[in-house]
Design a protein. Structure first.
Lengths: 328, 375
């Protein structure tokens, strides 16, 4: 098992290096760089002094150097914990991301918890009472959730809460708490805002999970070991939860690793943009659009790390819950 | 280490042949999209303590459904639509106290998820299944499975064994985790699993098919049931393992005076196991007889045809194997009259396709459902 772990970590390291390089190349592909955009902007405003600044800035950001050199510089600094400077914000990348990381993690954990606590019981109910009215209702809602994009739902909720209920639901804090130090009031305010993104991801995120849980459990309930467990005289509830759900839930562990950990970095960016949430997602999307290379690159590298860590954690969890795939 | 006696239940000799299960005119129907399938149609049989009753028939003739009806585990959308299943029960507590007081329970009237049927299921009537490969939950060890059954059903005297001589024990407790493990090791040893102390912690995928079926038997018998329902227990196993499993079942039956309902389509197996045989065809019981009568003096044309279709070794080898003409009918559109008439070599036109045969006695404990034997 230890060997396996070391091997997996080795592969992960190679993967991170490759992904960071490829993503750098891709960001580089469009013609021009951040400064050409900036010059365009300044020109449009009629600012002539900009053209003079450009060369200076180009030297300062190292944009005059060849691509490989820039990449290597950034990569080596990255290992030292220096992620470079954002062109757009003119601040170190670590400052920009660090401030938003906390909220992104809170949001990711809250939505995951909410989604799973909702999806698993509903999926189990749906399977155990197959074709009942409850199952039909759950199925319809989960198909709507599967089909509707999160940002659309966010817009609908925004519209209703502002126009109909006159509620302010964007952001994570009310204006009076936004810059206030942490207090009980601020936490309560956070919770009162958190439900909107949580609800949105509950509706869009649970749909798929409910269907997977339902399908897996229906398969499992038809297995001979479920009948054998019932024939042992166990209660229905014990048969379903201890024998059937325990088996049916295994594939979901993989999904947990592949979805939850990356969402800690980017979350659902589109929903975050619509709701004006101070998470990493919107910054990441923006940095890609503006060719803000070091910011975008850092986001992608962390995203990759989270995905790999998530997969590794999922595989270890799976080995823990299912003796059949334990490695010798 | 062994403080738990191998068998606790000793029954008085006069009790050994009392009736345990009485099935009266049982009907089970499946309401499916295309219509109603009569999976079991008018089955009548009884099973006595210590007796082995074999049920044979082709796939889909209602054998397995009958077994599940007894345990009230008929799968959806099946329903028991008629008849009775009576269970002559000596409750576990009384049995331990040495009483043989019988109470009659109508299994067909019980709530299929209720407390009473759950005590009976696994505790008093245990079942083993056709597919040992998938009848154990993959994430639990053999020991966990046995522990589950034992902790639900087995009771131990509240006081130490030595006290039994002085006063009658009337209070019982459930087994502890350590005792359950001890029972598990004991049971695994009894069903012939090597190194039971280690195997008790094995997961199903670490066991072979034969070992898994042994574990299934160990689980079923760990609660000391009064009856074991074996639904084609050796179909998925190869022949040498089959013989071992059958030996274990016979051996354990003798020591525990347990009734066995043995479901199979294998005539060779049933001949070596059963005292009495019920032959089923399309949900109907067509013949019932003692094993010797059935094999040497079969009455129903279906039984005769079945027996002829067994390959034989000897001077006549080289002949083509006899088979039953025609196809199994569509269960949604059963033939009129006797359901076997389209395939029957003794078919009488105008009679067999019009009249439904009755269940008639043709000999000592020998019953048949065929118009040839009706006046």
């Amino acid at each position: 098992m230890l060997n396996y772990l070391i091997r997996r970590l080795g592969y992960a390291l190679i993967m991170v290096v490759l992904v960071s390089f490829v993503s750098f190349v891709i960001i580089e592909l469009p013609p021009g760089d951040y400064l050409t955009q900036k010059v365009e902007q300044l020109r449009a405003r009629g600012d002539r002094s900009a053209e003079l600044q450009v060369e200076m800035l180009r030297v300062r950001y190292g944009l005059d150097k060849p691509f490989l050199e820039r990449y290597l510089n950034w990569a080596i600094n990255f290992l030292r914990g220096d992620f470079g400077e954002s062109f757009e914000f003119e601040r170190p990348v670590s400052d920009i991301l660090g401030a938003r990381l906390g909220y992104t993690v809170i949001l990711a954990l809250a939505t995951t918890l909410f989604t799973w606590l909702l999806a698993i019981p509903l999926g189990v109910y749906s399977a155990v009472r197959q074709y009942s009215i409850g199952d039909q209702i759950i199925s319809v809602i989960s198909f709507i959730g599967l089909g509707m994009p999160g940002f659309l739902l966010a817009l609908i909720i925004l519209y209703f809460s502002i126009v109909v209920f006159n509620l302010e639901v964007t952001g994570l804090f009310s204006p009076e708490y936004r810059d206030a130090p942490w207090s009980v009031g601020k936490v309560l305010d956070l919770l009162s805002h958190l439900w909107v993104p949580a609800l949105i991801s509950a509706i869009t995120g649970t749909g798929g999970l409910i269907r997977i849980m339902r399908g897996n459990l229906l398969d499992t309930l038809g297995q001979p070991f479920v009948e054998a467990a019932r024939a042992r005289g166990l209660k229905n509830r014990t048969v379903i939860w201890k024998h059937a759900v325990r088996i049916a839930i295994n594939p979901l562990v993989t999904i947990l690793g592949a979805e939850v950990f990356p969402s800690i970095i980017v979350g659902s960016s589109l929903v975050a943009i619509v709701l004006n949430l101070p998470t990493i997602g919107p910054v990441f999307v923006d940095s890609l659009r503006k060719l803000d290379m070091y910011l975008a690159g850092t986001c992608i590298v962390f995203l990759t790390i989270m995905l790999l860590v998530g997969n590794l954690v999922a595989d270890l969890l799976l080995a823990w819950v299912d003796p059949r795939i334990r490695l010798e | 280490m062994s403080t738990i006696p191998a068998t606790q239940l000793t029954t008085a000799p006069q009790d050994t042949r009392r009736t345990l299960i009485e099935v009266r005119d049982l009907k089970v129907e499946f309401n499916i999209r295309g219509g109603v399938v009569k999976a079991v149609d008018g089955l009548t049989l009884d099973i006595k303590c210590g007796q082995t009753v074999g049920i044979i028939g082709e796939s889909g003739c209602g054998k397995s459904v009958t077994a599940r009806a007894i345990l009230r585990m008929v799968p959806k959308p099946g329903k028991i639509t008629g008849g009775q299943i009576l269970y002559y029960r000596v409750p576990r507590q009384k049995k331990l106290a040495g009483s043989n007081e019988v109470e009659v329970i109508e299994l067909t009237k019980l709530d299929p998820d209720g407390e009473v049927i759950r005590q009976i299921r696994g505790g008093e009537i245990a079942m083993i299944f056709q597919e040992p490969m998938s009848s154990l939950t993959p994430v639990y060890t053999a020991g966990t499975h046995i522990h589950e059954a034992v902790s639900l059903h087995r009771l131990l005297p509240l006081k130490t064994v030595g006290d039994q001589m002085v006063e009658r024990i009337t209070q019982y407790r459930k087994v502890t985790r350590e005792e359950a493990r001890e029972i598990a090791v004991q049971m695994l040893r009894r069903v012939g699993i090597p190194k039971p102390e280690q195997r008790v912690d094995s997961y199903p995928h670490q066991l072979s098919g034969g070992q898994r079926q042994r574990v299934m038997i160990a689980i079923a018998l760990s609660t000391e049931p009064d009856m074991l329902i074996a639904d084609e227990p050796t179909t998925a196993l190869d022949v040498s393992i089959e013989a071992q499993i059958l030996d274990i079942m016979r051996e354990l039956q003798q020591t525990a005076n347990m009734a066995i309902m043995f479901i199979t389509h294998n005539l060779g197996v049933i001949a070596s196991m059963a005292d009495e045989i019920v032959v089923m065809y399309m949900g109907k019981q067509v013949e019932r007889a003692k094993v010797v009568d059935l094999f040497y003096n079969p009455k129903h044309p279906y039984t005769k045809a079945l027996l002829q279709s067994v390959p034989k070794l000897g001077p006549k080898t080289g002949q083509r194997l006899a088979s039953i003409e025609g196809m199994v009918p569509d269960p949604l559109h059963l033939p009129t009259g006797c359901v076997f008439h389209p395939r029957c070599p003794a078919f009488i036109a105008g009679k067999c396709d019009r009249h439904v045969p009755n269940w008639v006695q043709v000999g000592d404990n020998h019953w048949v459902r065929c118009l040839l034997y009706e006046e």
